[in-house]
Design a protein around this ligand. Structure first.
Ligand SMILES: [Zn+2]
Length: 429
């Protein structure tokens, strides 16, 4: 039997992911777990471990993306996604998960696959060690009603995107069971619309109670979870009524919806996906995607409402996680850490709170709360060595060059640069 690999990070500033003030210390990794976290230099004997001198850099948990779309292809329309053949699409998703890991996301919870089995095969290939990528929870495509978000068919022509269309409780139940059989972790439903869908706007609630209940019943009976695209206040309430645990967007909450979210705060996660709203409103034009004035106006209102709502939910102790629907032309995959900056600038999070949301709460979203998302003895060794202090400047995390090392499950996906120790003095604090 060979000894498990050991790596000792010395001379680092630790952000533990649980919200404690950063501290200078040392962290020893043995195998795929963190064995020791010490607050004193020289406290951990090297004992044959590989030494990494951080030179005062920050050591923190890997990031978790709460609303990932690894198989979205950065297209500018939904239909273009449906035109990609499955073979090319699989290779594309494979490149995207590697890219997410390159950007410091060591875990992702998918918010829908662009084709039925894409998430599943990618998740399995990562878990088997066949391809590089984050730990991953796989989702179904978006299960949506006729005329809902993702129903891109025309009366005279079949077209596809990231959705499977179902109508009525029986069809929703059958589709949900189908995807359980195929092996998803998460069933994605679209009970509300979205501003860019003319026939199903964000304020519209397009599924009914029976349909949501049917999917939740399937999930509950098979230990799966349901994630809901829920922008309207009514869609949030409907999702909560039936036990949906992952609420995406929640942008148009009224007081009652906020109360219900607070009452369910120990079991629900909210991912507002502010990245896509921001990019659509402020930047889509730069990508040659002009939006009608009424849509822009509605998005402005929605962003404002989201900021008010998220500030209120934060006060009420609801877990709000970064994850911004990256995967469209004007909001491409790889930029995902931008969401943390949005949390700071728009929702009143401190940088440390945004990091906690993306790490400790992320670990809980990944259903591994006791072992993922913190720098803590016994926890899985998913770690980033960051040049600088993201607790002061959260934007650092968007620059992959500043990610000096990326460790996942105790192995380096990106190795620390050699001779770093000689170049950087020890951090004074
Ligand atoms: Zn999405």
């Amino acid at each position: 039997m060979t000894e498990p690999a050991r790596v000792l990070f010395r001379n680092v500033r630790v952000i533990d992911g649980a919200g404690k003030a950063p501290f200078a210390g040392e962290v020893l990794v043995t195998g795929n777990r963190i064995e020791t976290v010490a607050r004193r230099a020289g406290a951990v004997p090297a004992g044959g471990a590989e030494m990494v001198d951080g030179g005062g850099a920050t050591l923190m948990p890997g990031l978790v993306e709460a609303h990932a779309h690894p198989s979205f292809a950065n297209t500018s329309t939904l239909e273009a996604l449906g035109e990609i053949p499955p073979e090319e699409h699989t290779l594309l998703a494979m490149r995207h998960v590697a890219l997410l890991l390159d950007h410091g996301f060591t875990s992702i919870s998918s918010a829908a696959a662009a084709k039925p089995r894409l998430d599943i095969v990618i998740r399995n290939a990562i878990a088997a060690g066949h391809i590089p990528g984050p730990r991953m929870l796989a989702a179904s495509p978006e299960i949506t009603p006729t005329s809902g978000l993702g129903d891109v068919r025309l009366h005279h022509m079949h077209r596809e995107t990231f959705a499977v269309v179902a109508d009525g409780a029986d069809e929703f139940r059958r589709v949900a069971r189908h995807f359980v059989r195929e092996g998803v972790d998460t069933l994605k439903i679209n009970p509300s619309g979205d501003e860019f869908v003319p026939h199903a706007r964000a304020r519209h609630t397009v599924m009914n109670d029976d349909e949501v209940a049917a999917v939740c019943e399937v999930a509950r009976s098979r230990d799966k979870r349901v994630a809901a695209h829920a922008r309207s206040a009514e869609s949030v309430k409907m999702a909560l009524r039936h036990g949906v645990e992952i609420i995406f967007h929640a942008t148009l909450c009224d007081e009652e919806a906020l109360d219900l979210l607070e009452a369910a705060r120990d079991r629900v996660f909210v991912a507002p996906t502010v990245g896509i709203t921001w990019a659509t409103l402020k930047e889509a034009g730069d990508y040659g995607i002009p939006l009608p004035a009424d849509v822009l106006h509605a998005l402005e209102f929605e962003l404002e409402a989201a900021c008010t709502g998220m500030r209120a939910l934060k006060k009420r102790g609801v877990r709000i996680l970064p994850g911004g629907d990256y995967g469209f032309a004007w909001n491409p995959i790889g930029r995902n850490a931008r969401d943390l900056e949005h949390f700071v600038r728009l929702f009143g999070f401190t940088p440390l709170e945004a990091i906690t949301a993306a790490t400790r709460h992320g670990g809980e979203l990944m259903m591994r709360g006791g072992e993922l998302g913190q720098v803590r003895p016994g926890y899985l060794a998913d770690l980033l060595l960051v040049d600088g202090d993201p607790a002061r400047d959260i934007a650092i995390l968007q620059d992959r060059e500043r990610l000096l090392a990326i460790m996942q499950d105790g192995r380096f996906h990106k190795r620390p640069p050699a001779r770093r120790a000689a170049e950087r003095p020890m951090a004074a604090e």
